[in-house]
Design a protein around this ligand. Structure first.
Ligand code: ADP
Ligand code: MG
Length: 361
């Protein structure tokens, strides 16, 4: 197998007896857009800082093209970092900020200026070149920080919550600009975010972390459709997590009895579920249909509408089942407009058994 661009090999970072990063291993290929995603305090920034060379691992090895990187100083690595706070120099103009790294590298003034102009133009901040960065909006500052990092023409770009200081509408626009930049430049992006929608919107692969450990690595759709464990299933949202007692059927499929009643699901692809064992079934909310009456097809659970939550073009319908359990269904706004739902209304929640999957353990 070819040497991957970046390898984290059992990398850990301890502060006293606390593990900011417990022991993580994964590889990043050249040109990938990787999102490191997880809740606050899970070790994302620490991981990024170790890749940038701002922190040294307590143990384990970080390799770039197969070569140990642990002891290399930040400026010896071709990996500039763009911060949430941008870390720009407020007393310098936009141009001087963008030129900063190039000057540090000893590039002659004329070349520096040419490169800075190119990148300011590319990021749409050319007309602010002489302004102080303290006279710019959040979105403009973000572009200055990106231009400053990209002017170095690095092999990889590290981004720590780059969009979280922006207004929601601007955030969505910058998301697609980052994706476009990444595609045009063909360099590796490693972006830290606590937002699953941001990670899923931008990244080729997502590394989900919790409490200093990697929980799952995969393409957004893969993670969304097949959470590896309970933490991921809850963190990415939109899942029903149903606990119950399993009965193995003659055909190997499983019936699970719990608060929402008895429902069917395929046997897990890995590991077996024993007769009578406690099991946890995940049913994605967007796989649950709402029908007026039982149809005899698939899993059907009688329920009542508790809340209807409008989330733009999708609608989340919270249900209480007749057995006292809870379910949520995610439907399109279009569908709810055609068949309005009233709080208290009885409905049947229906889904195909094949859409459910068991969590391991
Ligand atoms: P994230 O970026 O995912 O929010 P961090 O990597 O910043 O998380 O932090 C992970 C954990 O390590 C947190 O519990 C944090 O308090 C701790 N930590 C980070 N940096 C230091 C430090 N310099 N000294 C002590 N503890 C730290
Ligand atoms: Mg952080």
């Amino acid at each position: 197998m070819a040497t991957p661009m970046i390898e984290l090999d059992r990398v850990a970072k301890h502060y006293g007896d606390q593990a900011a990063v417990a022991e993580i291993s994964f590889v990043i290929e050249k040109g990938e857009f990787i999102a490191l995603m997880g809740p606050s305090g899970c070790g994302k920034t620490t991981t990024l800082r170790m890749i940038a060379g701002l922190d040294q691992p307590t143990s384990g090895e970080i390799r770039l093209w197969g070569r140990r990187l642990n002891e290399d100083a930040p400026w010896e690595r071709d990996a500039p970092l763009v911060w949430q706070s941008y870390a720009l120099f407020p007393f310098l103009s936009v141009r001087r900020n963008v030129e900063f790294g190039l000057k540090h590298r000893g590039l002659p003034a004329a070349e520096r200026r040419k490169k800075a102009d190119e990148w300011m133009e590319r990021l749409g901040i050319g007309s602010f070149a002489e302004r102080g960065v303290d006279q710019l909006s959040g979105g403009q500052r973000q572009r200055v920080a990106l231009a400053r990092a990209l002017a170095l023409e690095p092999e990889m770009l590290l981004l720590d919550e780059p969009l979280s200081a922006l207004d929601p509408h601007l955030r969505v626009r910058m998301q697609s600009e980052l994706v476009r930049l990444h595609r045009e430049l063909g360099i590796t992006f490693i972006c830290v975010t606590h937002s699953h929608s941001e990670a899923f919107a931008m990244a080729d692969r997502v590394v989900i972390m919790n409490e200093g450990r990697v929980q799952q690595i995969g393409a957004p759709q893969e993670i969304y459709r097949r959470a590896a464990n309970r933490f991921v299933a809850e963190f990415v949202g939109g899942n029903n997590i149903l606990a119950g007692i399993a009965t193995v059927q003659g055909d190997g499929s499983i019936e699970i009895a719990g608060p929402v009643g008895t429902v069917k699901a395929p046997a897990p692809t890995e590991g077996a579920i024993a007769q009578g064992a406690a099991a946890t079934l995940v049913v994605p909310a967007d796989r649950i249909e709402l029908v007026p009456d039982r149809t005899g097809i698939g899993n059907e659970v009688a329920a009542r509408v508790v809340t209807v939550e409008f989330v733009g073009s999708t609608v989340t319908v919270f249900l209480e089942t007749d057995g006292g359990g809870e379910l949520r269904a995610q439907r399109s706004l279009h569908e709810i407009e055609n068949t309005p739902l009233v709080v208290g209304q009885p409905v049947v929640a229906r889904w195909s058994p094949s859409q459910g999957f068991f969590l391991p353990g």
